[in-house]
Design a protein around this ligand. Sequence first.
Ligand SMILES: [Cu+2]
Length: 123
Amino acid sequence: MAQILTVVVGVILIVFIGWWFFGKHSESQATAVTTKDGQTAKVVVNGGFNPAVLKIKKDTPVKLVFNRKDSTTCLEKVVFPDFGVDAELPMNQDVAIPIDTSKAGEFEYSCGMHMFHGKIVIK
Ligand SMILES: [Cu+2]
């Protein structure tokens, strides 16, 4: 009886781990809002970047507005290696970061230690 139980628990664990690693997890996505002088998008920094994926129109100036709600020092910076951006994020303050939209592509960004990641998709 105990053996059967062990096998059942083992199978459940394996299925769960498989789902965890290979299942399709939905990522929060958003599209930048068009304004009269370009585009803008808000990113809330709280246990990571939200939305994690931002869609941006190519060749239209964009400002990404980060607001940090998380007091962990890990998230006090945001780094866009492809754009040479390394910005401090003070608590509860909007920090506008202009991003060059002349090149299409997918660009990753992260916190200062590469622990939390986000992505912008320009097209
Ligand atoms: Cu970090």
